[in-house]
Design a protein around this ligand. Structure first.
Ligand code: NAP
Ligand code: MG
Length: 491
C-alpha cells in the first residue's frame, strides 16, 4: 500500500509573546523566586524556551499568606454572582487567547498541536464556563443550604495536561469561594504563567490565585504549609501516598487523582473499525501520558487476530513527529526521565516474553521520542500488564467470557477508568456495573466533559473532579451530612 506524502504544516510560533524569564505569580504580580531558577525546554528539540523562577519555603509562605489575605479581605466577601463574573471573564480570555495557549502548550509539553488546539484548550475554557455557572448556585449543589468555602487550597499538578489540570483545580476552587496557591510541574510551567497574565487581564483581585513554580520540594513545602485548608493533588501514586501521610491528622481536606492501568475491553460483537479508533485514541492520545489511558487491551479471543491485524495497519498510518505540525498524531515524550522509564519497562516486557511490535517510523534525532508500540502475548503477571508505563505502549491480553474479562479488568491495584466495546446494550450495562473504575466509557474512550465527575477507586486516588461532585471537594456542608454520593460508595 502506498500513502500520499503530507507536506509539512507547521503552526507558527509568531503568536507567542514569551518573556525570557518568568517570576513567581504572588499577590497579583510577578516576583523573583529565592531558589535557583531553571529552564523549561521543548521536549521535541531540547531547546530552552524560558527561564523559570524556583520557589523555596519562604516563597511558598509568601504565596500562602497572600492567598489567606485575599480570602479574608476580598474573595470570601464577594457574592457568588460576582465570583462567577470573574470566572466567566477568565473563560472568555482563554478563548480569545486559545491559539497562543495551544502553541505554548505544544511547545512546552510536546503534545500535538491538533490535541492542544482541539481538546486541551477548549476544555480549559469549558471548565471555567461550567464552574462560573455554579458560583451563585452553591445552595443547589446537594450540600445543604449555604455550604462554606474551605479557605486556602494548595494544588499540585502534573505535566501531562498542564493547563487543563490547572483548570480542573482552579475553576471549582474559585467558584466555591476558596483562594488558591498552585504549583505546576517542573517540565511544563509555561501555560500556567501565561494564565497568570490572563488573571491580570481579568483584574482578578490580587492573591486570589497564586502560581509558584519549582520542583518536587516546592510542592512538598506547599502541601505541608500549616495555613492551608485543602490539598488537591494529581500525579503519581507514590507522591500521593506521601501527601496522604503528611496531611493525615492536620484537618486539611484532601483529594488525590493518581495513576491508572485501564482495561479497554473489546467483545467479539463490537463494531471493529470504531473499536480500533477507540483503542488508538485510548493509548496513543497525548503519547499515552494519560492517567486514564486504555493501556491494557482485553480482546475476546476469537477476534484477537483480526483486531491486532487491523490495529497494526492503523498504527502504520500514525504520524510521529513535530508537535507543532498540524498533521502530527503522536508528539514528543515529555522528558528524558519519562522516556527512560518507558524504554525500561518496554525492555522488561520483551524479557518477560511478550511480543513487541512498532510500525516503521523515523524518529527525529534530537528530543525525546518513542514509537507507538504494542505488546501481544501479555499475561496478567507481566509488569507491562500491571505497572503504569505512561507512554505510547499498549499491552494486549485475551479473554473468552465476560466473567473472565471482568476478572482481568479488575485485577489491578488501580481503578480510574475502563472502556467496553460491544454491540449489545445489556452486556455493556452488565459489565460496566462490575468494573471497579471511576469512569467507564462504552463504545468510546477518553471523553471529557466538565459536568461529568472523574476520579478513581483504590490506588487511583479518592475524591472527584468535575460536575457537582467536584464542588464537594472545595466546600464544607452545613446543616446536614454530605448527601453527595461518595466515591467509595461501591468500593
Ligand atoms: P509526580 O512526581 O507525582 O509529580 C506530580 C506533581 O507533584 C509535580 O508538580 C511534581 O513536581 C510534584 N511533586 C513531586 N514530588 C512531590 C512531593 N513530595 N510533594 C508534593 N509535590 C510533589 O509525577 P511525575 O514525576 O510527573 O510522573 C511520574 C509518574 O506519575 C508517571 O510515570 C505516571 O505514572 C504518574 N502520573 C500520573 C498522572 C495522572 O494524571 N494521574 C499525571 C502525571 C504522572 P515536579 O514536576 O517538579 O517533580
Ligand atoms: Mg518543558
Amino acid at each position: 500500500m502506498t500513502f500520499l506524502e503530507y507536506a509539512p504544516a507547521p503552526e507558527s510560533t509568531a503568536i507567542l509573546n514569551l518573556r525570557k524569564s518568568y517570576g513567581l505569580f504572588i499577590d497579583g504580580a510577578f516576583v523573583d523566586g529565592r531558589g535557583t531558577p531553571f529552564q523549561t525546554i521543548s521536549p521535541a528539540t531540547e531547546v530552552p524556551i524560558a527561564e523559570i523562577a524556583n520557589a523555596n519555603g519562604a516563597d511558598v509562605d509568601a504565596a500562602v499568606t497572600a492567598a489567606r489575605r485575599a480570602y479574608e479581605r476580598t474573595w470570601s466577601k464577594l457574592s457568588g454572582a460576582d465570583r462567577g463574573k470573574y470566572l466567566f471573564r477568565i473563560a472568555r480570555l482563554v478563548q480569545e487567547r486559545a491559539r497562543e495557549l495551544a502553541v505554548a502548550e505544544s511547545l512546552d509539553n510536546g503534545k500535538p498541536i491538533k490535541e492542544s488546539r482541539d481538546v486541551d484548550i477548549p476544555l480549559v475554557a469549558a471548565w471555567f464556563f461550567y464552574y462560573a455557572g455554579w458560583a451563585d448556585k452553591l445552595d443547589y449543589a446537594g450540600l445543604g443550604p449555604s455550604p462554606r468555602a474551605l479557605g486556602v487550597a494548595a494544588q499540585v499538578i502534573p505535566w501531562n495536561f498542564p493547563l487543563l489540570m490547572l483548570a480542573w483545580k482552579i475553576a471549582p476552587a474559585l467558584a466555591a469561594g476558596n483562594t488558591v496557591v498552585l504549583k505546576p510541574a517542573e517540565t511544563t510551567p509555561l501555560t500556567a504563567l501565561i494564565f497568570a497574565e490572563i488573571l491580570q487581564q481579568a483584574d482578578l483581585p490580587p492573591g486570589v490565585v497564586n502560581i509558584i513554580t519549582g520542583a518536587g520540594d516546592t510542592g512538598k513545602a506547599l502541601v505541608n504549609h500549616g495555613d492551608v485548608n485543602k490539598v488537591a493533588f494529581t500525579g503519581s501514586t507514590a507522591v500521593g501516598r506521601a501527601i496522604a501521610k503528611s496531611t493525615a491528622g492536620t484537618g486539611k481536606k484532601l483529594t488525590l487523582e493518581l495513576g491508572g492501568k485501564a482495561a479497554n475491553i473489546v467483545f467479539d460483537d463490537a463494531p471493529i473499525d470504531q473499536a480500533i479508533e477507540g483503542i488508538v485514541n485510548g493509548i496513543f492520545f497525548n503519547q499515552g501520558h494519560v492517567c486514564c489511558a486504555g493501556s491494557r487491551l482485553l480482546v475476546q479471543e476469537n477476534v484477537h487476530d483480526e483486531v491486532i491485524s487491523r490495529l497494526k495497519h492503523r498504527l502504520s498510518t500514525l504520524r510521529v513527529g513535530d508537535p507543532l505540525d498540524k498533521n502530527t498524531d503522536v508528539g514528543a515524550i515529555n522528558s528524558r526521565q519519562q522516556l527512560e522509564r518507558i524504554q525500561e519497562l518496554s525492555e522488561v516486557g520483551e524479557q518477560e516474553g511478550a511480543e513487541r511490535w512498532s510500525p516503521a517510523c523515523e524518529l527525529p534525532t534530537t528530543g525525546f521520542w518513542f514509537a507507538p508500540t504494542i505488546f501481544t502475548n501479555v499475561s496478567t503477571s507481566h509488569r507491562i500488564a500491571r505497572e503504569e508505563i505512561f507512554g505510547p505502549v499498549l499491552s494486549v491480553l485475551t479473554f473468552r467470557t465476560p466473567a473472565e474479562a471482568i476478572a482481568k479488568a479488575n485485577n489491578t491495584p488501580y481503578g480510574l477508568s475502563a472502556g467496553i466495546w460491544s454491540d449489545k446494550g445489556s452486556r455493556i450495562l452488565g459489565v460496566a456495573d462490575k468494573l471497579r473504575a471511576g469512569v467507564v466509557w462504552a463504545n468510546t474512550f477518553n471523553q471529557f466533559d466538565p459536568a461529568s465527575p472523574f476520579g478513581g477507586y483504590k490506588e487511583s486516588g479518592y475524591g472527584r473532579e468535575g460536575g457537582r461532585h467536584g464542588l464537594a471537594a472545595y466546600l464544607e456542608a452545613r446543616g446536614w451530612n454530605s448527601p453527595v454520593p461518595s466515591e467509595g460508595a461501591r468500593a
